[in-house]
Design a protein around this ligand. Structure first.
Ligand code: SF4
Length: 474
């Protein structure tokens, strides 16, 4: 089952290949990447750079000459996991460089692990690569240092995260990301679109657009105009969606806030140019809680907005995350959240129980909700969300859906539809009993399936006669 509720950040061990052996041994770096997709993109960039310089990626601590740990510091559980991983790397290897969100608080790391070679904060590619050079000098061989044009990616070949900006200008009271990662810094639109082009040319079929606040993209650059494919484009959310929509692959938008200007992307979804999927972290349905959370767009009428989006694009899948048991949350406010969810009928939902994060403004709020009450609200919320999910998936039985195949096994495949982001949403299982059907299943390919059954989170389908090779419609 894919992640239903995100109780703790996911740990991602690198899956980069260890690389071909060279006659004279190349320097080897071990890499552990913890945390969210944004941290994963940082890891990919560091690895891409190191591979371009002739380093190999070691599959184990023991096989590495030095280990880089990209940490997460979002909530206390993530801090503990990061500190434990650093300890594990020190025990098995002894030469460890630390980067990532927890690296923004070096004292926290050094008091527990004084032997680490270097600590850098997030988004510090050059510093990390410099530290690797210092402790493990590169051995350059232009004939062996081959980096595929799309760089080294830690996701399967057919999908890739596309990070469009770093940092955040919001100040949500439960979050310390802005203090760790700084204010919004967008990448110019032509740079992002060129990277997307390279990825699709290298076989990527699905681009997952990420940043801390995708709807704010370009604001820091005053929506600077750049040329791409002989057309002037502004560095802004809607122009980016249009540009990516020209690439003929699935484009999935994450971390979008419900501002009025986001409405303009919904017609692109209805036309099939970007996936009819929007990941909007609503976090709560009670205006008073949202105000205490200091959420962006907290004053917007989100239910009206969702209704309008669905009128324009009935196929739209909405994904969101929520926090229950936020300081001061009363039973009445929690009931408002449940009522909001009933109205909104979101297809994909994750939930956190609020936990204090060192340095967050919300810590000082009165009325912290006792853990048993948080637990009980969490269970009620997830039960309601599961019922909605089951109902919405049941409505898809009998329909033909385009899917992207992630994995093929002996008797079928695991795939995803337009409504399923990798690792956080459900899947479409494809049963293929005959040899002819099995031969048509290939990881990284689209297929058309008829949905034959549904449970609370996942679908099951069977291949239709069409092979799903043409345009990536959904
Ligand atoms: S939008 Fe809020 S929760 Fe998200 S990174 Fe910015 S401050 Fe943190």
């Amino acid at each position: 089952m894919a992640g239903r509720s995100s109780a703790s950040p996911r740990k991602r061990a690198t899956r980069a290949a260890s690389g071909e052996r060279s006659a004279a041994r190349a320097p080897r770096v071990g890499f552990v990447s913890l945390g969210c997709p944004k941290a994963l993109v940082d890891s990919e960039r560091i690895l891409t750079q190191l591979r371009s310089e002739g380093y190999e990626v070691a599959p184990t601590y023991e096989a590495a000459d030095v280990v880089v740990v990209n940490t997460c510091g979002f909530i206390d559980a993530a801090v503990d996991e990061s500190l434990e991983t650093i300890g594990e790397a020190l025990e098995h290897n002894g030469r460890v460089i630390v980067t990532g969100c927890l690296g923004a608080r070096p004292a926290r790391i050094l008091e527990r692990h004084p032997r680490v070679l270097k600590v850098t904060g997030p988004h510090a590619y050059e510093e990390v690569v410099g530290a690797v050079h210092e402790h493990l000098p590169p051995r350059h061989d232009p004939f062996l240092d081959l980096v595929p044009p799309q760089g080294v990616r830690l996701t399967p070949r057919h999908y890739a995260y596309l990070k469009i900006a770093e940092g955040c200008n919001n100040r949500c009271s439960f979050c310390i990301i802005p203090s760790m990662r700084g204010r919004l810094v967008s990448r110019p639109i032509d740079e992002v679109l060129r990277e997307a082009e390279r990825l699709t040319a290298a076989g990527v079929k699905e681009l997952l657009v990420i940043s801390q606040d995708t709807s704010a993209y370009g604001a820091d650059l005053r929506y600077a105009r750049r040329r791409w494919r002989d057309t002037e484009r502004e560095t802004r959310f809607i122009d980016l969606a249009r540009g990516l929509g020209e690439l003929g692959v699935w484009v999935r938008l994450h971390y979008v806030y419900p501002y009025p200007h986001v409405d303009a992307v919904i017609p692109l979804m209805a036309e099939g140019r970007v996936l009819p999927y929007l990941d909007v972290p609503f976090q709560h349905g009670s205006p008073t809680v949202l105000k205490r959370m200091r959420r962006p767009a907290h004053a917007e009428d989100t239910l009206a907005r969702i209704c309008a989006w669905r009128r324009t694009c009935p196929e739209l899948t909405l994904r969101s995350t929520f926090i229950v048991g936020f300081p001061g949350e009363t039973e009445a406010e929690f009931a408002e959240l449940l009522a909001w969810l009933d109205e909104a009928q979101l297809e994909r939902v994750g939930c956190f129980k609020y936990s204090a994060v060192e340095g967050a403004a919300a810590n000082a709020l009165p009325g912290h909700v006792p853990p048993p009450v948080q637990e009980e609200r969490y269970a009620r919320f997830m039960e309601r969300a599961a019922l909605i999910s089951a109902r919405r998936l049941a409505a898809r039985v009998g329909r033909v859906t385009r899917v992207l195949i992630d994995e093929v096994s002996g008797d079928g495949a695991i795939a995803r539809s337009a409504g399923d982001a990798p690792q956080i949403d459900g899947v479409v299982r494809i049963a293929a009993t005959g040899a002819a059907a099995r031969a048509r299943l290939r990881a990284g390919e689209w297929a058309d399936v008829e949905i034959v059954s549904a449970d609370a989170y996942d679908l099951t389908g069977r291949l239709t006669a069409s092979r799903g090779e043409a345009a990536p419609r959904h």
